[in-house]
Design a protein around this ligand. Sequence first.
Ligand SMILES: Cc1cn([C@H]2C[C@H](O)[C@@H](COP(=O)(O)OP(=O)(O)O[C@H]3O[C@H](C)C(=O)[C@H](O)[C@H]3O)O2)c(=O)[nH]c1=O
Length: 187
Amino acid sequence: MRFEIEGPILFTPLRHGDERGFVSETFSVRRLEQHTGPLSVVQDNHTLSRAAGTLRGLHFQAPPMAQAKLVRVVRGAAYDVAVDIRVGSPTYGRHVGVELSAANWRQFWIPKGFAHGFCTLEPDTELEYKLTSYYSPEHDRGIAWDDPDLAIAWPHKADGPLLSAKDRTQPAFSTLPAYFQWSPSQK
Ligand SMILES: Cc1cn([C@H]2C[C@H](O)[C@@H](COP(=O)(O)OP(=O)(O)O[C@H]3O[C@H](C)C(=O)[C@H](O)[C@H]3O)O2)c(=O)[nH]c1=O
């Protein structure tokens, strides 16, 4: 599935079931490259968030260490969000939000030029996500999860999400430098 915002892709790999269970090709470069163009995955992350209502985001890495991400939930469920931060994009500042879960088996492709975050919907939620550039703390950047200009309807609890100290103090979207430029031909 594609969205009004050009770039993000949501898809569900097949699960080949039999009486033992199933086999699923959860990652295939040749299949993904048909939609994303040339791909070079260099890192795989696995995160565990113990409490439902844990929110990690909104994060991205600045060029030249910008990352495209392929996200899936292997246990539990999460509301996963990608925000268009490509200056000049007709959908600049708008976001796509999707529910990813071990049950729905969905995967979410988030190209470079997007900030990423998720809020868990169940306890002990685990995500695995593939990255096209290595982690670089010096290039780690963020935007406030609750920025009014982004107006993301996070499914956190009434008393607010569980956040890292870093995520409690991320800058406002309006202060974001032009890290990414949009171009019509971009995949
Ligand atoms: C992301 C990352 C973190 N770390 C270390 C650095 C810290 O010692 C510890 C926690 O890092 P941080 O608080 O940045 O982790 P998250 O809040 O989950 O950050 C991630 O959250 C959102 C969802 C993202 O898409 C990014 O991958 C990333 O920004 O793991 C590493 O060693 N390698 C890594 O790739």
